[in-house]
Ligand binder design. Structure first.
Ligand code: ZN
Ligand code: ZN
Length: 605
């Protein structure tokens, strides 16, 4: 609406010269006009004009008009809280509605103190808060992570008997969730008589924000069972993140379907979570097609795509997407550069990596963090440039942290440099790192060098420090259920069938020329025992289970916690050929796509 048309509208507000209608009718008519005029304002300038006309007409004394004036000034995107305050202060007898509006406005502006001052003023003036007062206050508490204040407000709500109001309950759940008090959020949720989509969204979001992914999916299932099918965007984003973290790809794909059915026009945040889900579930192609068809991409979408390509070993393409991002005029931040540098390190692109590092420092003015140095040490170390990597660490302008030393340690393991590995481990020890894998790597390096006394020393040190080694585990999804397998653990209910399958697989493998690489078992044990242990690596159990329970030719997706050993790598390559299955394995750092007896990493990992 143009300025002139607003003024024309105001013209219509003027009282007709020879009105035969009753004043009351006129006033009501003007009330409605006033509201529709305010709704059309697009800037403070227009608003001030409407306000001036209303003052002239004396409409500001009408509480309906003054309340709406305050509301549009306080809550509109173009509004101004200062101006809203000045109108508010001229109202002689403000009611609950206008107080609520002002509190909401302050909460929206993140003015925590002002919102609470007004709330206390309500009590001073004897104006009773209602169910619309509290959601804004609770939202302000959530933003500030002000748990104590939030609990105090909860007390007031209880006293006023408003704890049964669904809006108030939903806000309480979100507040407790944001403040990290998930039990309290659950208490409120369970006591609800009537749960709305917003209630489910609040409780699922609360679990997601704390990384409680299994609970997220359980709640989502419960929500569906209770017949609440119309999930909103925020729920689906939480569910997608949960699927991504848990490797539950089938459910993720269903969620995508549900999004397409129920929500028109998916926004960039949801699209980016979908992209993240597909890429991290091993479906890089699907992720790429989503990325290419996105109407709008932000910094985060580019970051997800670049790190995704890096994880899949498609480093050249990652660098291409990075160039596209720069061409689009986006300014890269430190997070994007972590993706770019790790892309280089996954493919051994040493020259490109060093160039990117310089570009980050000099062209984009980003001071490298330990994470960037970690990537660079990884890049050089994996490529066998251990001395250069070590020199880089010594020349760092910031104190090297555990990430940096850990990168050196893993490189030393790959290239069997025990002397340098010991230095890296010593530095990790001085940093009081409690990461069990650091100890395990060093101990494995000693075992490989047959230095059993040192192996024993490391094990004792771990026990003394109370550091427990995490067992290797693999997750595999079969018929929308995620099954977990732990190395050497035969407690799965179908362990008998799995055993038989492993036995059968072994026959086929032998026939094709596979022989187990027992040097991967770093224990002082005889060959036979080593072979038995190798057979029970979690990845092999997961593959056997998936082969039994999925139809011929369907792909197998595995997510694992630790880096796989080279025997599992060879084994899986053979299985992909013998059973004609595409097998995707994701560890914490990257993906391996096994197909027809080869792996996408070309054995560089
Ligand atoms: Zn293994
Ligand atoms: Zn591989």
């Amino acid at each position: 609406m143009t300025r002139t048309s607003v003024l024309n509208q105001i013209h219509l507000l003027l009282p007709p010269k020879d009105s035969s209608k009753s004043t009351e009718f006129n006033l009501r008519l003007r009330d409605q006009d006033c509201l529709s005029l305010l709704k059309r304002c697009k800037s403070m300038e227009e608003f001030k004009q409407v306000h001036a006309q209303m003052l002239k007409l004396g409409l500001h004394c009408d509480s309906f008009c003054s309340n709406n004036l305050v509301a549009s000034c306080a809550l509109s995107n173009w509004g101004s809280m200062d101006y809203a305050c000045s109108i508010f202060r001229q109202i002689e007898d403000p009611d609950t509605f206008v107080f609520n509006t002002m509190i909401r406005g302050h909460a929206k502006d993140a003015s925590f103190e002002e919102a609470f001052l007004l709330y206390y003023e309500m009590f001073d003036r004897g104006i009773e808060p209602d169910n619309f007062t509290y959601p804004a206050l609770l939202k302000a508490c959530a933003r500030r992570r002000a748990l104590e204040k939030g609990m105090q407000i909860h007390g007031h709500i209880f006293k006023l008997g408003l704890e049964v109001d669904v809006f108030v309950q939903n806000s309480l759940i979100s507040m407790y969730g944001k403040c990290g008090k998930i039990e309290l959020a659950c208490d409120v949720f369970e006591l609800m008589d009537q749960k709305t989509v917003a209630s489910w969204s609040a409780i699922i979001g609360a679990h997601a924000s704390l990384g409680l992914w299994c609970e997220c999916l359980m709640l989502f299932g419960e929500m569906n069972r209770e017949g609440c099918w119309r999930a909103e965007e925020s729920i689906l984003v939480s569910v997608l993140s949960a699927c991504t973290r848990l490797g539950s790809f089938d459910l993720g794909r269903c969620t995508h379907g549900s999004l397409l059915r129920n929500i028109s026009g998916i926004n960039v945040i949801v699209e980016t979570s979908l992209l993240d889900m597909y890429v991290k579930s091993g479906c890089l192609e699907k992720g790429l097609s989503i990325f290419q068809n996105m109407a709008k991409k932000n910094q985060f979408s580019y970051t997800v795509m670049i790190s995704g390509l890096a994880m899949h070993g498609r480093s050249r393409e990652a660098l291409k997407v990075f160039s596209e991002m720069l061409e689009e005029g986006m300014v890269p931040d430190d997070v994007v550069y972590v993706g770019v540098l790790s892309a280089c390190s996954h493919a051994g692109l040493v020259k490109e990596g060093l160039q990117c590092f310089d570009r980050m420092k000099y062209e984009h003015g980003i001071d490298p963090t330990s994470q960037h140095y970690g990537c660079l040490v990884d890049l050089m170390g994996q490529a066998g440039m251990l001395n250069e990597a070590s020199e880089l660490i010594n020349s760092m302008p910031i104190e090297p942290n555990d990430v940096v030393w850990r990168s050196l340690l893993s490189a030393c393991k790959v290239h069997h440099n025990l002397a340098l590995g010991e230095i890296a481990a010593k530095n990790l020890g001085q940093l009081k790192s409690q990461n069990p894998s650091d100890y395990v790597i060093l101990s494995n390096m000693y075992a490989r060098a047959q230095r059993w006394e040192d192996v024993a020393r490391i094990r004792t040190e771990m026990v003394d420090k109370g550091i427990e080694q995490k067992p290797g585990c693999s997750l595999v999804e079969v018929k929308r259920k995620v099954h977990k397998f732990v190395s050497q653990d035969m407690s799965h209910p179908q362990c008998h069938g799995i055993h038989e399958m492993i036995h059968q697989m072994e026959w086929q493998l032998k026939f094709e020329g596979y022989s187990p690489d027992t040097s991967q078992v770093l224990l002082k044990a005889d060959e036979e025992e080593k072979r038995e242990r190798l057979k029970a690596h979690s990845q092999k159990l997961a593959i056997a289970f998936a082969l039994i329970h999925t139809s011929w030719g369907s792909p197998i997706r595995i997510a694992r916690n630790l880096r796989m050993c080279s025997d599992c790598h060879t084994y899986t390559k053979y299985i992909s050929m013998i059973y004609e299955r595409e097998i995707t394995v994701r560890d914490r750092y990257r993906f391996h796509h096994f197909k027809n007896g080869t792996c996408s990493c070309s054995d560089y990992w």
